[in-house]
Design a protein around this ligand. Structure first.
Ligand code: ADP
Ligand code: MG
Length: 698
């Protein structure tokens, strides 16, 4: 029954069937049932006519027709119909279809009306209401009316809301309990106090009361989140069993030398804890899939380096992939410097490495003579092949999609390399449980000692002279300054003009030769960018004017002021990332958010949040609230979260509960073979059909 094609519905011929397939992607009864309403019109309540007062309220009332009158208005004729009940009377207005209305409504008879009350002249009336004759022999039809997402094309082809509701009602009328299999075993249903799937499907579409609708929503949300977690955890278990990891049993001279003699500072306890977790993973004989979360400046790079040294100690190669050329370059330089004289050979690869150098690098990687390869997503290209890749690290992972990450799996001829993904974008826990649900998580939750929280202020453009005076004093103390301009792709030319103007103004205020200014923007050649960056790193320039190319990962501890121009145009996580560029040394650092006076409520909240807190998690929560979870970086492209009814954020407590339940069921019965779990197994297999390699993609 559920697989019946839609042309079996009354009034649906081949043409309408085609339109439904094209606009909604639906072919069968089941497909149509699986699209839930996104809101409901409350028709559970009846209003007295005397209470229909408020402009713009949707109202439902009963009333008897008293008379009809056609009135010539200034522009248009209108049909005025008087309706009354015990409490009062009201006018209904029509501007078209007079004939049909007059035939359908009979004076002296009682009807149910539904529509929007609106002010017409100085009277409240109801324009073009829906109506239905009251039949005393039948009970009143009350309920919530579903509203579905629709399209222009559907509406103009006789497939409007009314028709949608009719189709659904037809399907539901044919539906019986045993056509809707129950995945959960009886005792579980009882324990969770859930209604049946059958009940849920009926009442998500055509609920008779708000309470029933809420029960339906509860059931469907739980089911959705539960199976999402079950799938993630099942895939994880499968991977842990089926995919053997290379065991890094040795902690050898490279790691120990570096750890004992090369690190100039004491590692924080959080760093030590995380390194321990990684070492344990790498030695376990299972393949590691670990997410390392740590706020900007928390010191993830050293953790990455130590992990790579472990790989080399065990005779393997390692690679480190970064999202931008500048960041990759910077990693390459600092790591090469750190490993000078150690006998470890570090290579670099990006789109800008070409010709002979590129060929040579590829050959050395393939022959195993380069131990550590650092680069951009160029590392993912098919022709990059390692001799023995043991560990792949991805920095600032939120910039990469799932598919890109999955490509790293194929890089080693021997077995699947261990994977460590690092991110500074803090995400709420339930989000992590889902997007990175099959990764183990490590968190660096402590900043290196002596760091002072960055002091953040918001200034309007008219305070520019004071701001310049302030940075002048900072430069006198030997500090360096970042000034960042927004870059929005659609208007790149305009943004560059902005940056150019700002640069010219700065040159006037801070003239050569006393001051030197670097400029970096996205249109520059990588080599030029790099040269300008280097001038700043080497302290040859005091000011760095840049577009957001410096957003990620750049490390210049002597820089103490971050000025963000047009800060209202940046997203919260971007602002937080940018601010993370300063406050890396022991000096007090500052972040100055410059904006125009015209601010939306959202941008006010963004700037206010930045001024109020340095806590990445708090910022992530506000960001999520402002943008909604669907927008969260990486999640859309990943396609992992494709939820119909539940929300990872708003239903956080269900996510947690579902996760724990799924975990405990899998612990007890890893293959879901117990009789009470057969329904779960069936559903899981059904879901996994479309996700053959899902377990491999983390
Ligand atoms: P992120 O986590 O943002 O990648 P980095 O790894 O770039 O941070 O580290 C930021 C700065 O802090 C670097 O200059 C690094 O050398 C320094 N650093 C890292 N760990 C410590 C520590 N335990 N004590 C002092 N400085 C540290
Ligand atoms: Mg970093």
């Amino acid at each position: 029954m559920l697989n019946t094609p839609l042309n079996n519905l009354p009034g649906i011929g081949p043409r309408k069937e085609q339109i439904l397939a094209k606009e909604l992607g639906v072919k069968t009864f089941k497909d149509l049932l699986n699209i839930y309403p996104f809101r409901y019109i409350d028709k559970t309540q009846f209003t007295d006519i005397q209470s229909v007062k408020n402009d713009q309220d949707l109202v439902q009332f009963k009333g008897t027709i008293s008379n009809f009158k056609e009135v010539k208005g200034k522009f248009k004729k209108r049909l005025v119909v008087q309706v009354f009940d015990k409490t009062g009377q009201i006018e209904l207005l029509w501007f078209q279809n007079f004939k049909w209305i007059k035939e359908s409504l009979i004076a002296g008879k009682e009807y149910v009306f539904f529509g929007r009350a609106s002010k017409f002249g100085n009277k409240v009336s109801v324009v073009h209401p829906e109506f239905e004759k009251l039949d005393p022999s039948k009970p009143l039809k009350k309920g919530l009316e579903p509203v579905y997402h629709s399209t222009e094309k559907l509406n103009s082809n006789g497939l409007n809301q009314r028709k949608r509701k009719q189709m659904i009602a037809f399907i539901l009328s044919k539906l019986t309990q045993n056509q809707i299999p129950e995945y959960f075993d009886k005792s579980l249903i009882e324990k969770l106090k859930l209604r049946s799937r059958f009940f849920a499907l009926k009442n998500i579409h055509l609920p008779t009361s708000i309470a029933d609708r809420d029960q339906a929503v509860k059931r469907l949300k739980f089911e959705e989140l539960f199976f999402l977690q079950l799938r993630i955890l099942y895939a994880k278990k499968y991977r842990e069993k089926k995919i053997k990891g290379m065991a890094f049993n040795t902690v050898g001279k490279f790691f120990l030398n570096y750890f004992n003699y090369q690190i100039a500072f004491e590692l924080t306890n959080a760093q030590k804890k995380v390194i321990k977790e990684i070492r344990k993973d790498l030695g376990s004989g299972l393949q590691m899939n670990r997410l390392l979360q740590g706020d900007v400046g928390s010191g993830k790079t050293i953790v990455a380096l130590l992990s790579m040294l472990l790989a080399i100690d065990n005779g393997y190669q390692a690679c480190l992939m970064a999202p931008t050329e500048i960041l990759a370059q910077q990693h390459f330089e600092s790591i090469s410097e750190d490993l000078k004289g150690s006998g470890i050979y570090v290579g670099f690869l990006s789109g800008s490495v070409k010709g002979k150098t590129r060929k040579e690098t590829l050959r050395l990687v393939q022959d195993g003579l380069i131990h550590i390869l650092i680069g951009t997503h160029a590392l993912l290209e098919d022709w990059v092949q390692f001799s023995k890749l043991g560990l792949a690290i991805i920095d600032e992972q939120h910039r990469f999609g799932v598919a890109q990450r999955a490509k790293l799996w194929a890089k080693s001829s021997e077995s699947i390399p261990h994977i460590l993904v690092m991110t500074a974008t803090p995400i709420p826990r339930t989000m992590a449980l889902t997007i990175y649900g099959d990764l183990d998580t490590s968190v660096i939750d402590e900043l290196p000692p002596g760091r002072k929280a960055v002091h953040t202020v918001h200034q309007y453009d008219n305070k520019r002279p004071e701001v310049y005076h302030f940075i002048e004093r900072e430069m006198e103390k030997g500090r360096q300054i970042y000034i960042v301009y927004p870059l929005i792709e659609e208007s790149e030319t305009l943004d560059l003009a902005n940056l150019q103007q700002g640069y010219d103004k700065l040159l006037q205020r801070f003239p050569r030769p006393k001051y030197q200014i670097s400029v970096v923007h996205g249109r520059m050649k990588p080599a030029d960018k790099e040269a300008e960056m280097q001038r700043f790193v080497q302290k040859e320039t005091q000011i760095m004017v840049a577009t957001t190319v410096i957003e990620v990962g750049v490390n210049v501890p002597n820089a103490s002021v971050m000025i963000i121009e047009n800060a209202e145009r940046f997203g919260l996580s971007q602002l937080h990332q940018l601010r993370g560029r300063v406050g890396r040394g022991a000096e007090q650092s500052y972040c100055i958010l410059m904006s125009s006076y015209k601010l939306t409520n959202d941008s006010k909240e963004r700037l206010g949040t930045m001024v109020r807190t340095n806590d990445g998690f708090e910022i992530a929560e506000v960001d999520l609230k402002l943008r909604g979870p669907g927008d969260l970086e990486g999640t859309q492209q990943s396609g992992v979260i494709d939820l119909k009814i539940a929300s990872i954020i708003h239903d956080a407590s269900i996510v947690e509960y579902a996760r724990n339940l799924a975990a405990s069921i899998l612990n007890e019965d890893p293959h879901l073979q117990a009789s009470q779990h057969l329904g779960l197994r069936q559903k899981l297999m059904q879901m996994n059909k479309g996700f053959k390699d899902w377990g491999r993609i983390s």
